[in-house]
Design a protein around this ligand. Sequence first.
Ligand code: PGA
Length: 242
Amino acid sequence: MITIIRTKNYDEMSRRAANIMAAQITLKNDSVLGLATGSTPVGMYQELIRRCEAGDLDFSRVRSVNLDEYVGLERTHDQSYYYFMNNNLFKHVNIDPAQTFLPDGTCKDTEAECRRYHDVILGMGGVDIQLLGIGGNGHIGFNEPAEAFAARTHCVQLAESTIKANARFFASESDVPRFALSMGIGEIMAAKKILILASGKAKAEAVKGMVAGPVSPQMPASILQFHPDVTLVADEEALSLL
Ligand code: PGA
């Protein structure tokens, strides 16, 4: 069941999404947050930081698990998702860094790391709210269009369209990592609530497929139609094909 909150633009999307996250943390101060990277949630993170600095939000008992991480980037690399989370949220709020978790993209054995991360997620006792962005191709996390839905954290080869989309963050397209570790669809679907954000025309086709298309692993976000509690906060451009 997908509830849609329609906003005029990116800034309103960010504030409305922050309302939902802030309500979650306020009502359950030891919430487990499933977090996401990418350009879409940056404005929401800024709004949460602002509220934390104002004393209206307390992260001290919050724990977090992130969706994904590139394979092969050191944590100090400015495009690693570890670096992103620190820079865009963790170092600005009073969350305990020891209670924030991401897959380790520098691991020697990706299969062992995927098993370890699955256990980390299970060990948190369930994600209260999972934040998602959506790729132009309908991916969530790095679950790219595929023949089947992956249940658990796995190593993914990035789609060509994802490499092209993410090249804007790197010096050149050839610098974009080709592999990532990503939570599986099964782990994402196990979250109690899902908050998915979308902004801009480039997401309109994927948003339409997610909400109104057939449920198919070729449009990974479409599986969210089967989740009982999904809120999509999207701006007019992202909703323009619905
Ligand atoms: P973006 O990425 O927020 O940078 O558009 C979203 C995604 O690919 O999931």
